[in-house]
Ligand binder design. Structure first.
Ligand code: UD1
Ligand code: CA
Length: 454
């Protein structure tokens, strides 16, 4: 059977107190609705239909053209929402119904839901909670068969005592939806069209009802306010931290590492507290990451040490490098193996050859630097004239003395040596010493200024 996924995302989410539609609020930097869509990706070849309403344009702009959007003008209830999609479902499909504000549902659970459904059966995902307040309750027969779902506001005192709840997630054959949805009324406490009313219809049509459970309760938790958003963020981060540990990383404190993207680690990695790892990050074996590092879209090869408070973005770092503390690697930084970038050094769009060092207080931008070159403290590549950027090229075994300014475009050939305090404006040939500063004069018998008497 084909699979259609319907994600309900039309609600306003007024308790978020936000101009942004609720489903676009992020967990680990990614909109909740995107988490749900991503969970369906590995089900293979599913059509994803999103029911949008409040903030529809923002939702569409965020999720893009890979999904099909259906506008629900007025939010008249969950059955009414699914009814809007009915004409778009493929005949004979299984329809999986999900929620844009229930972001941490797992692919494995969705798989179990799909496996529980065929032509003559449907599935509702249920859970047993200590406190079922607010949820629809699962009413079962004495034999344990699911009979109906009754909403909290419509429940009798005996029904309120039931603690098996409707998570809202269902999987229903399209041909059943076609029969049932138009017959659901709104004669209930909230005057809404309730999707859970399909359960009683399934019973009377002898469609079997399966009721699997999720592996963890956070999978079915919804977000209505920012506290709940924060709780699920922590759940998500706990899982990421566990995964990193399983893959071979020691975390100084699993509660103080945040993963916002796709992070891979090798064996014997050490990650100190307050690391933020974002985008695509690949960390090799035996890498050590100091406290308070922010690493975004980077590859860090085996054996490299990143010291505290370093900020790294769109960079490639070779093996056995030493970075930081307080280093800033900006987009296009590409560091050869065994290289060093020390404190208060900024590197942008620059290649540093194997074994080269920029140890202190420097800016290296738009540069190509060979191997075993040493750039002294306070060196600045002047790469920008206010309109255009220019390149600084250095060969192997170059030595740049402290506090030099290299006015690009400029080239220093292999073995070139720049005297400290130089302003280099011309090419330095191989093995030459460049001295680009005023000669020192000493003035004997100089008198110190004295204060005037008032
Ligand atoms: C629903 C279920 C309840 C279940 C609970 C689990 C119904 C009637 N009740 O209750 O049995 O225990 O979920 O959380 O389904 N939405 C739309 N369009 C609408 C109505 C809702 O897109 O017209 C979306 C909302 O944005 C929300 C979701 O569907 O994301 C659930 O709707 P809501 O009205 O919050 O249902 P609950 O009262 O939570
Ligand atoms: Ca809800």
């Amino acid at each position: 059977m084909k699979i259609d996924v319907v994600i309900l995302a039309a609600g306003q989410g007024s308790r978020m107190r936000s101009n942004k539609p609720k489903v676009l609020h992020a967990i680990s930097g990614k909109p909740m609705l995107q988490h749900v869509v991503d969970a369906t990706k590995s089900l293979g070849g599913v059509a994803v239909h999103i029911v949008v309403g409040h903030g529809a344009d923002q939702v569409k702009a965020s999720l893009g053209d890979n999904c099909h959007y259906i506008e629900q003008q007025e939010q008249l209830g969950t059955a009414h929402a699914v009814l809007q999609v009915l004409p778009s479902l493929s005949a004979g499909s299984k329809t999986l119904i999900l929620y844009g504000d229930v972001p941490l549902i797992k692919t494995e659970t969705l798989q179990a839901m799909l496996e529980a459904v065929d032509d003559s059966s449907m599935a509702v995902l249920t859970a047993t909670l200590d406190d079922a307040t607010g949820y629809g309750r699962i009413v079962r027969s004495e034999d344990g068969d699911v009979l109906s779902i009754v909403e909290h506001k419509d429940a009798s005192p005996e029904q309120l005592a039931i603690n098996e709840i409707n998570t809202g997630i269902m999987c229903i054959p399209q041909k059943c939806l076609e029969q049932w949805l138009p017959n659901i009324g709104n004669d209930n406490a909230q005057q809404e069209y309730y999707l859970p009313d399909v359960i009683a219809m399934a019973v009377s049509d002898s469609v079997a009802i399966n009721a699997p459970n999720p592996a963890s309760l956070f999978e079915i938790q919804g977000v209505n306010n920012r506290q709940q958003l924060a709780e699920l963020e922590r759940e998500f981060q706990r899982e990421q931290a566990n995964r990193l540990m399983v893959e071979g990383a020691t975390l100084a404190d699993p509660a103080r590492v945040d993963v916002r993207g796709d992070v891979k680690v090798g064996q014997d990695v050490f990650i100190d507290i307050n690391a933020v790892l974002q985008g695509e990050v690949e960390i090799g074996a035996n890498v050590s990451i100091g406290p308070n590092c922010v690493i975004t879209n980077a590859t860090i090869a085996d054996g490299t040490t990143i010291l505290a408070n370093s900020v790294i973005e769109d960079a490639v770092i070779g093996k056995n490098c030493n970075i930081g503390p307080f280093a800033r690697l900006r987009p296009g930084a590409n560091l050869g193996s065994g290289s060093k970038v020390g404190n208060f050094v900024e590197i942008k769009n620059a290649q540093l050859g194997d074994g080269s060092k920029v140890n202190h207080l420097s800016y290296v931008g738009d540069a190509e630097i060979g191997t075993d070159t040493n750039i002294g403290a306070g060196t600045i590549t002047c790469n920008y004239d206010g309109a255009n950027k220019f390149k600084t090229i250095m060969g192997d075994n170059v030595f740049v003395g402290s506090n030099s300014t290299l006015v690009a475009p400029v080239e220093i050939a292999d073995g070139g040596f720049v005297a400290a305090g130089s302003t280099v404006t011309q090419a330095v040939p191989a093995d030459n010493l460049a001295v680009g500063r005023g000669r020192q004069r000493n003035i004997a018998g100089w008198k110190k200024p004295v204060k005037k008497k008032s």
